[in-house]
Design a protein around this ligand. Structure first.
Ligand code: CO8
Length: 258
């Protein structure tokens, strides 16, 4: 599949997707969102892939939805097409882990896209923000919801109401990102992290991802019950037998994702 707005590569068992509209700081237009949805779905369905890295350039992960494309839209158009929701949610729908590797700007829809991934590694030059308020609108893809869950009401409210950007240190301090790394090693670090995940049993990885995500959707007692049931279910896999046997035999496990 020939893509025009993203670059897709495979490194060992990791799928790497780079957003690639340098002329617009990777602003997310309809074509990019469509292509990204397609690439994520392909990696999700590819048995050779165990984890996915989504990144941009050193200057921008993505500076938001494409304002030039969006500007002329009417309410009726936006509402009838449910303005780009279908593929926007692709990162959140992917069952394999998706790591956002963010350098430079992650603004508006760019910040929302990063937050749809399973975790965010960022470069020391990263800047996160929800500046939609400056355009006379508000976030439309999770900025008021996911950011609040990540960093708490006070910070999310301030960022959404003022449009102020958060730098990498603040993003790490507030729990928005898992780690900050030097900009020139961001993609390598994200690929190494993804490769580590890809070595595990895919079944255990997917079950773990589902269980952590459940923490955002339900009560503690329901979440813990869900976790326990998933834990029990993994005893039906060959990978559980192999993983525990390998530990006892003092060797590396050979998982088969079965
Ligand atoms: N859309 C379109 N083009 C953009 C965008 C964007 N979001 N961001 C930057 N560009 C373009 C600029 O227009 C410029 O193009 P040109 O050279 O043709 O003039 C080029 O990229 C370079 O940008 P700048 O010259 O502005 O670069 P600077 O380094 O001076 O500034 C900034 C960088 C601070 C990132 C600045 O570009 C900026 O403020 N960009 C807009 C950020 C923004 O407001 N983002 C939010 C957009 S709205 C949104 O994301 C809503 C999402 C809702 C999703 C709903 C789904 C259902």
């Amino acid at each position: 599949m020939a893509y025009e707005t993203i670059i897709v590569e495979t490194r060992d068992h990791v799928g790497l997707i780079r957003l690639n509209r340098p002329e617009a700081l990777n602003a997310l237009n309809a074509q990019l969102v469509e292509e990204l949805g397609e690439a994520l779905a392909r990696f999700d369905a590819d048995d050779a892939i165990g984890a996915i890295v989504l990144t941009g350039s050193e200057k921008a992960f993505a500076a938001g939805a494409d304002i030039k494309e969006m500007q002329g839209k009417s309410f009726v158009e936006a509402f009838r097409e449910d303005f780009i929701t279908r593929n926007w949610e692709a990162a959140a729908r992917t069952r394999k882990p998706v790591i956002a590797a963010v350098a430079g700007y992650a603004l508006g829809g760019g910040c929302e896209l990063a937050m749809m991934c399973d975790f965010i590694l960022c470069a020391d030059n990263a800047k996160f923000g929800q500046p939609e308020i400056n355009l006379g609108v508000m976030p439309g893809a999770g900025g008021t919801q996911r950011l609040t869950r990540f960093v708490g009401k006070s910070k999310a409210m301030e960022m959404n109401l003022t449009g102020r950007f958060m730098d990498a240190a603040e993003a790490e301090r507030s729990g928005l990102v898992s780690r900050v790394v030097p900009a020139d090693s961001l993609v390598d670090e994200a690929l190494a992290t993804a490769a580590k995940i890809a070595e595990k049993s895919l079944l255990a990885v997917m079950a773990t991802k589902e269980a952590v995500n459940r923490a955002y959707e339900t009560t503690l007692s329901e979440g813990v019950r869900f976790e326990r049931r998933m834990f029990h279910a993994l005893f039906a896999t060959e990978d559980q037998k192999e993983g525990m046997e390998a530990f006892i035999d003092k060797r590396q496990p050979q998982f088969k994702d079965r």
